[in-house]
Design a protein around this ligand. Structure first.
Ligand code: CA
Length: 230
């Protein structure tokens, strides 16, 4: 399966450092957003979904600790790598106490930063893999109880629909074509003329999206389907 590369936010007011970070991360094919002050950084961090945030502590308008506590109090579990100035042990402790996952002291080598990034992303992935619940927007799928809840309402799914939804959530925001879905859920290829996939997906869609304003399951005409929350 093709991996989508991680999306990373850099919040750093020193333009030179930010540019070095961006270049290094983009060379590793990560997709990068940047913010040069605390307000903008917080806005992006709360609005978009990132796989990782690199957060400087000393920032104009709002400092990194304030941003971090806003992220954590919004229940956003994104890994955060803090950048701190040399000699500020207090900042580091405060950062870790507020919910940072790791920190680097300036000046640092870009290779070290990239290694930390890889390790944090790996940890995030492992945690996701061992999770017993998967969520998208207000929908939760409980893999142990085999239960689906959306907006507080229990949704009854057949076992095939459940597998289908699990596969979609594990690949959320990614467009999946019919043959990939078929291979995954049925382990063999239907001949291409069949519309059984569409029938299953329509049933699933009615169950998970029916009566909800925000639709999660979308048809991408001529391509396939995507379950998305953005
Ligand atoms: Ca700074």
């Amino acid at each position: 399966m093709k991996e989508t590369k991680a999306k990373i936010l850099i919040v750093e007011d020193e333009k030179k450092i930010s540019a070095v970070l961006r270049k290094g991360l983009e060379e590793e094919k990560y997709s990068v957003d940047d913010a040069f002050d605390g307000e903008k950084g917080e806005q992006l961090a709360l609005k978009n979904k990132y796989d990782l945030i690199i957060l400087d502590i000393m920032l104009p308008k709002k400092d990194g600790i304030q941003i971090l506590s806003a992220i954590r109090s919004s229940n956003i579990e994104v890994p955060v790598l803090m950048l701190t100035a040399k000699g500020t042990v207090e900042d580091r402790v405060k950062g870790l106490d507020t919910g940072a996952d790791d920190y680097l002291v300036k000046p640092f080598a870009i290779t070290e930063l990239l290694a930390r990034v890889r390790s944090l992303l790996r940890r995030k992935k492992d945690a996701e893999k061992s999770a017993t619940t998967l969520t998208i927007a207000d929908l939760t799928l409980d893999l142990v109880a085999r239960k689906v809840i959306r907006g507080g309402k229990v949704i009854d799914l057949t076992s095939k629909e459940f597998s289908l939804l699990e596969y979609f959530i594990r690949n959320k925001n990614k467009t999946l074509n019919r043959s990939t879905i078929t291979e995954h859920i049925w382990n063999y290829n239907f001949d291409t003329g069949t519309n059984i996939i569409d029938v299953y997906i329509n049933h699933l869609r009615t169950k998970i999206d029916g009566g909800f304003t925000v639709k999660l399951l979308h048809t991408i005409r001529g391509v396939g389907y995507v379950l998305k929350d953005q």
